[in-house]
Write a protein that binds this ligand. Structure first.
Ligand SMILES: [Zn+2]
Length: 378
């Protein structure tokens, strides 16, 4: 596992989140199930796949883009608080992060399966889960960095700090680096030391890919050929570690570090390059609410955002509820409703043609407001 850099989120994910998250908030408030769809947009998949260099974020195996899951690091539902997958589930988290870019990875079917990472998300010993739900209707929900995850997050942590491949009798095996407990639990929870599957691939990688690049280095050291050593070392670094598409780069790094320890490297002036993306910059919060809605309370913003596209389920009821919520907050003209919802005059009139005869709103002085009988005296 190495650190990956997702870069900026695609606009398609933001557009999808705009209304799906609002509907999720309303569903949770009403005690209904959240509909988890729309996070796997074409652009989301394509970008994650490209920025992870066509590899699973967890096991570093190359995988086809189609047919693999878009994985939620913090599970979108039923977070299992045990490394082993056997234990209590937290049904209140992390539904609001289903459409949050920094919570998504491209992962392989195997890593995403319930017998591996799946919905597992243990916290550090003694750590408390973060507060439930998005903090604001205005800003995209961000990953709670102060919640202490037990698993290593390859989009944030540097996995090389936590996981180390060590040579055992039967091959190279990942474990916690210097006893690191997060690394150890990540290996166990994700089954990165899977005796049947991955270990054989690690062995093949070392024998077929790594060793042929290291043999010329050893030979050059032995005969004391400085120029040949520099060339061989540079080629090994480039193909095994610096090429972002190379497989199992974390494994290659530890094999090289073990076979050419620090004192040997120092004696020959060799620098071991660390693979993986640099530390991610602190990302500014994404402003999710249209500027027209900025001054309104959260519940009104959620109602308006939940309207969604005209072909979405329950669109008519969402539209009516949003118009009602806007007018309940303060009386509005038809033009103001058009501006606030971003919908056409025709759409707003359709809503008003249902709400006014239904006595959910009344018109007075050119503005729509709650009927007096419902306490709407403003
Ligand atoms: Zn995988």
């Amino acid at each position: 596992m190495i650190r990956v850099d997702r870069g900026a989120e695609p606009s398609s994910l933001r557009a999808s989140r705009a209304w799906r998250l609002a509907r999720a908030v309303l569903a949770r408030g009403a005690g209904d199930d959240v509909v988890f769809s729309g996070y796997d947009t074409d652009d989301t998949r394509r970008l994650l796949y490209a920025r992870q260099h066509e590899k699973c974020a967890y096991c570093e195996m190359q995988a086809q883009m189609a047919g693999q899951p878009i994985e939620h690091f913090r599970p979108k539902a039923h977070a299992v608080r045990a490394v082993t997958g056997q234990g209590p589930k937290d049904d209140d988290r992390y539904w609001w992060l289903a459409w949050t870019w920094d919570n998504l990875f491209f992962a392989c079917v195997s890593c995403n399966s319930p017998s591996r990472k799946g919905n597992r998300f243990p916290l550090a010993p003694g750590a408390e889960p973060c507060a439930e739900g998005p903090a604001s209707a205005r800003l995209a929900p961000s990953v709670p960095r102060d919640e202490r995850a037990q698993f290593v997050d390859p989009g944030f942590d540097d996995p090389l700090d936590h996981i180390e491949f060590v040579r055992e009798a039967d091959g190279w095996v990942p474990t916690g680096r210097d006893g690191d407990e997060r690394g150890r639990d990540t290996v166990a929870g994700f089954h990165l030391d899977d005796r049947d599957g991955l270990l054989g691939k690690y062995t093949d990688h070392v024998a077929l890919i790594v060793e042929p690049k290291l043999t010329p280095v050893r030979d050059a050291i032995e005969v004391g050929d400085r120029a040949a050593l520099d060339t061989a070392w540079r080629r090994a670094m480039a193909s095994l570690l610096m090429n972002p598409r190379a497989g199992f780069r974390a494994l290659s790094f530890d094999v090289i570090a073990a076979e050419f320890p620090a004192d040997v490297r120092a004696a020959h002036g060799l620098t071991l390059s660390r693979p993986g993306a640099p530390a991610p910059p602190e990302r500014a919060p994404v402003d999710d609410a249209p500027v027209e809605l900025q001054g309104l309370p959260d519940d009104v913003i959620w109602a308006v955002r939940a309207i969604g596209p005209s072909n979405s389920a329950g669109y008519g009821d969402r539209r009516d509820s949003a118009v009602e919520a806007l007018c309940a907050h303060a009386p509005k003209t038809e033009d103001e409703l058009v501006a606030l919802t971003g919908k056409s005059v025709g759409v707003i009139r359709t809503a008003l043609d249902r709400l006014v005869p239904g006595e959910r709103l009344e018109r007075r002085d050119g503005r729509y407001r709650l009927p007096r009988t419902r306490g709407g005296s403003r």
